[in-house]
Design a protein. Structure first.
Lengths: 246, 316
């Protein structure tokens, strides 16, 4: 089975979020990048587990510049066989998806996995866009994934519950919590990652359907009002009269 | 502008349906709705009160298959000559809107929090960096798609019931077989809940969650938890809120025995009002709170539940 896992970088969860260039650019100063947790913990690890039981290969792909090779090596250290970097700034989800789709079309994967969303842009867009571009079924927010005889059985989140579904490969699946447990790369993996193949390919021309023109910060919270633990009637009254939420 | 709103219906319409039609009406234009599901004509006609001019419904499509819904909505876009397609940013929209974006070559903005600014192009505000910043996204394409974050605007009635007509979505067979659907009866789905009571490791063990549930029941709230609580199995995974769990923005979020780590805050910082109950006056959560109680959850939660019950009794 040939598996493709799409990975994105995202700022470490404790990063201070700030902007430069008249609030037009994310301020990367002092920001540590990690593999987007949904891509790493769920998509990549479940892909590896499937490869380990069913055989085949697992390729990771990212759209990014040379600095992003650090997160590629991390994913290789966890166990991916090889990596592809499409050499471009991932301007938006559509741009990213079109780049990956172009590569995936030529390389016939059985399973394309993404994380449910990135923790920086939170768009949840790339998986669905890829599926449409590749004309494949899309199972979003899968929390379980098993494959037997070319048929995938999945559990996925639906509004107010979960659903068990089946579909024949090839498929695009976005992965959410429950899929797998995080894997910490060991020394052997880290050493092996240094020599695993990393192919860099040029970007294709793509329409810029959306543009991030500016960023801002949410308005600051007003100071907290402290309430005595013995006076819960006062809290309820404030929630009703002042905050008007109950 | 011709606006098309997609609504997935059950026997009733959810608040998010009224929100997104209100949103369309505030943008202004000729508003049609394309609906799927089981709602009756009478129920659908009520969307006119929020600004819809006509509702198209294809009841034969009882699916949430992203491929089928993309075909159906794509055909409705052609039929209504829509140049703006709106969704509520729910699980269905997350699967369908990106597909539709590629099919129509239409720029997509997911999770809008405000009315688009059309003074210079078409610019939509969204939460980015897990709610730690706001992005302004310009849509450059002729057809545009926007999904609205639930609980971002209040539904407003402005008109009268509208017409409802059948629509043939002309969808091909689904390639996905549904084997089983599990929906817990009566439970309020967390992303839709307006009131949420949440607890963390400070509750010491799953056997103490009756205090959390009692308060939630008294308020009519959903329950949530911090990540370690779901990881150790005290509570189900779908209750885990935060940067790597569900992001929610209820009107009221009550957090007991949660320290307020940055990754937890990222999932709840959109809440309108936050109440924090913690034994440690230095807990970081107090900085993000509107109301704080320094105290033992084992003592405060039951007292708060009693106070809520007393208040509710005076409301009838
Ligand atoms: C990449 C990454 C992603 C993460 N994503 C998430 C996420 O999505 N969601 C999330 O929640 N966490 C997430 N975390 C974990 C997060 O950093 C914290 O560890 C976690 O939120 C702490 O949970 P807690 O507050 O329940 O427990 P603790 O940090 O142990 O805090 C318990 C709190 O309870 C208080 N307390 C103790 N006893 C009582 C009592 N009797 N009454 C009242 N208060 C009491 C204590 O003072 C303390 O403040 C993530 C971490 C990483 C590294």
């Amino acid at each position: 089975m040939k598996i493709l896992v799409c990975i994105s970088k995202s700022p470490d969860t404790t990063s201070k979020i700030a902007f430069t260039d008249g609030n037009k650019q994310f301020d990367e100063n002092g920001v540590q990048y990690i593999v987007n947790p949904y891509d790493e913990w769920y998509a990549l690890v479940r892909g590896l587990e499937l490869k380990e039981t069913l055989g085949g290969s697992l390729t990771i792909i990212t759209v990014g510049n040379v600095a992003d090779e650090a997160i590629i090596r991390k994913a290789l250290a966890i166990g991916a066989d090889d990596a592809v970097r499409i050499d471009a700034e991932p301007k938006n989800a559509y741009y990213t998806a079109m780049q990956i789709a172009h590569y995936a079309k030529e390389n016939n994967f059985d399973l394309v996995l993404t994380g449910k969303e990135t923790i920086n842009y939170n768009g949840s867009q790339v998986g669905g866009m890829l599926a449409e571009a590749l004309d494949l079924p899309f199972i979003s927010l899968a929390t379980k994934l098993d494959v037997t005889n070319n048929v995938a059985r999945m559990e996925r989140e639906i509004v107010g519950g979960v659903q068990v579904v089946e579909a024949t490969l090839p498929l695009v699946v976005s992965c959410a919590k429950g899929m797998a447990e995080q894997r910490i790369p060991n020394m052997r993996g880290i050493m092996a990652a240094r020599t695993k193949p990393l192919t860099v390919i040029p970007a294709i021309a793509t329409d810029e359907l959306t543009t991030y023109v500016e960023y801002g910060l949410p308005s600051a919270k007003s100071a907290v009002k402290m309430i005595d633990p013995s006076n819960m009637d006062e809290l309820v009254a404030l929630l009703h009269n002042e905050a008007k939420v109950i | 502008m011709n606006i098309l709103v997609y609504i997935n219906t059950a026997t009733h319409l959810s608040k998010s349906a009224f929100e997104v039609v209100t949103y369309a009406s505030k943008i202004g234009g000729n508003i049609s709705v394309i609906a799927t599901g089981t709602a009756s004509d009478d129920v659908l006609a009520s969307l006119g009160e929020y600004g819809a001019k006509n509702v198209l419904i294809d009841r034969s499509v009882a699916t949430d298959d992203a491929h089928q819904l993309t075909q159906l909505i794509g055909n409705a876009v052609t039929a209504t000559q829509a140049d703006l397609v709106l969704f509520s940013h729910d699980i269905i929209a997350k699967a369908v809107a990106p597909r539709l974006s590629v099919k129509l070559k239409a720029g997509l903005v997911s999770g809008a929090i405000a009315i688009p600014d059309t003074s210079n192009g078409f610019v939509v505000k969204v939460n980015v960096f897990s709610g730690k910043a706001i992005g302004h996204v310009a849509v450059n394409s002729a057809i545009k798609i926007v999904s609205l974050l639930p609980n971002s605007i209040q539904p407003e009635k402005t008109g009268n019931a509208c017409s409802v007509s059948a629509f043939d979505g002309n969808v091909s067979a689904s390639k996905i077989t549904v084997l089983e659907t599990k929906k817990p009866e009566g439970a309020i789905p967390l992303p839709e809940a307006e009131l949420v009571v949440s607890a963390g490791r400070g509750l010491k063990g799953p056997e103490n969650w009756n205090m959390v549930e009692d308060l939630a029941n008294a308020l009519g709230a959903a329950t949530a938890c911090s990540r370690p609580v779901a990881d150790i199995g005290w509570r189900p995974h779908h209750e885990h809120v935060g940067q790597t769990g569900v992001a929610i923005r209820p009107n009221l979020y009550i957090a007991a025995g949660i320290s307020g780590a940055i990754q937890h805050l990222a999932g709840v910082n959109g809440s309108k009002v936050i109440v924090v109950i913690n034994t440690d006056a230095e807990a970081p959560f107090f900085k993000a709170a509107d109301y704080g109680v320094v105290g033992d959850a084992f003592d405060v939660l039951p007292k708060l539940t009693e106070a809520v019950k007393k208040f509710k009794a005076t409301q009838h």
